[in-house]
Design a protein around this ligand. Structure first.
Ligand code: GCO
Ligand code: MG
Length: 408
């Protein structure tokens, strides 16, 4: 069996999805997602210039060797761009493998460990009242877990994950448009004073059953994070996400010594070497990698297995940055993983997305039900893709009030 063609598409409804389609001499094809938010042209170029020319003629069944060939063979290994490109190839090869076997991927991993996978949605509000309304809408739809972010009185700009206007459904998506980033101003003291009470107010309004998550988005120092974690303890959070910038694996030791709040980190990681210490020292409770830029199913599964040895559960990244292709890959891992925790969920379900990526994956009652079609169980409509093209974007940048650059 041989790979005869590999095509890359960039674009999608409101997003620059990077979709890879690998075609074989047996008519079976596989799909992969290399979307890297606001740097989408780079994994696309890495695929086009380096990986695709090598893929032609390879046996697609040898997904492990192909992964090693591209990873070890690069000499300058890793990084989000290369790993997103390798990740897309890997997903597509697993998709082909599943189609060849006539089995959904979860069966190749070891079979289903659960029927539906718990997901969480993003609730947000410019103020606490708007946040409450947003949470109420998700609860009414059957969500059992909700991430909550809200505006802070006196904060110069809206802050991470916060609606700066009435969005109607409360499902706020950051405005990434334009190549020059928008500037947000951040004030740690205001955040630390206000947010614990706001989170407690959500707990009091919605009761003990709702799983409440909160994302600090890398904004605190290790000492601040430890102090913040202590102050939110009475809320009973499901998790506290990215309390500190993720590069420093030692930063969470202080938090761990002072608090038992569950910690989730890892959406920016692209290698097991960025989280092995966090996992082995049991400094975290949830690992947040994404199959996209963590090198595909082959590498993400290694991280999940290591995590399982240390009581660390999964909480895969699922921001709108990911196309339904990598969300499908994660859905198969979620169905199988003995140490599954929760899945962030925002992508699938819009009519435009469903038209571009048809599938039988479905959400019901706050649970994600994976399709039992062979492979990833997702398709890609190339004619529909012709409607979309690349549009440049940028993450906002963050400064303190005196102008100092801070972490977005
Ligand atoms: C999350 C993330 C995202 C990121 C985004 C950056 O928890 O969902 O923090 O919202 O900000 O993926 O591109
Ligand atoms: Mg996050």
């Amino acid at each position: 069996m041989k790979i005869t063609d590999a095509r890359i598409f960039v674009g999608g409804p409101g997003k620059n999805y990077v979709t890879l389609k690998i075609v074989t001499d047996q008519g079976i094809y596989g799909l992969g997602d290399a979307t890297l938010n606001n740097r989408e042209t780079l994994p696309a170029a890495y695929l086009r210039d380096y990986l695709v020319p090598n893929l032609i003629g390879m046996d697609p069944r040898r997904s492990e060797d192909i992964w090693q060939f591209f990873y070890r063979g690069a000499y300058f290994r890793g990084g989000p761009i290369a790993m997103a490109a390798i990740g897309a190839v890997d997903m597509a090869l697993w998709d082909i493998k599943g189609k060849l076997a006539g089995l959904p991927l979860y069966d190749l991993f070891g079979g289903k460990s659960r029927d539906g996978a718990l997901v969480y949605a993003h609730a947000t509000g410019a103020d606490l009242q708007a946040l409450m309304d947003s949470v109420a809408r998700y609860v009414a739809q059957g969500y059992k877990a909700v991430r909550v972010q809200c505006g802070i009185p006196g904060m110069p700009t809206a802050g991470y994950g916060v609606a700066d206007k009435e969005t109607g459904d409360g499902d706020f998506i950051t405005d990434f448009s334009g190549i020059r980033p928008k500037v947000e101003i951040w004030d740690t003291d205001r955040y630390m004073r206000y947010m614990p009470d706001a989170l407690m107010a959500v707990r009091e309004r919605f009761g003990p059953e709702l799983k409440i998550l909160h994302d600090v988005h890398h904004r605190l120092t290790p000492r601040e994070a430890a102090s913040f974690a202590k102050s939110v303890e009475p809320v009973g959070l499901y998790w506290l996400e990215d309390p500190t910038p993720a590069e420093d694996q030692g930063a969470l030791r202080l938090l761990r010594q002072h608090s038992t709040v569950p910690v989730a980190i890892g959406e920016v990681f692209n290698s097991i070497w960025q989280c092995n210490r966090l996992i082995e020292e049991e400094l975290i409770d949830f690992i947040r990698v994404a199959v996209t830029y963590a090198g595909g199913i082959t590498h993400a599964k290694r991280i999940v297995d290591l995590a399982g040895l240390h009581n660390v559960r999964t909480g895969f990244h699922g921001a709108p940055s990911h196309s339904p292709v990598s969300m499908a890959a994660q859905a198969h891992l979620n169905a199988w993983a003995p140490n599954f925790g929760i899945q962030e969920y925002l992508v699938l379900g819009t009519p435009a997305c469903d038209a571009l990526f048809p599938s039988a994956h479905r959400m019901e009652g706050g649970l994600f039900h994976v399709s039992d079609a062979p492979g990833l169980g997702i398709d890609f409509d190339e004619r529909e893709a012709e409607r979309y093209s690349y549009s440049p974007g940028s993450h906002p940048v963050v400064r303190l009030e005196d102008g100092t650059m801070w972490n977005y």
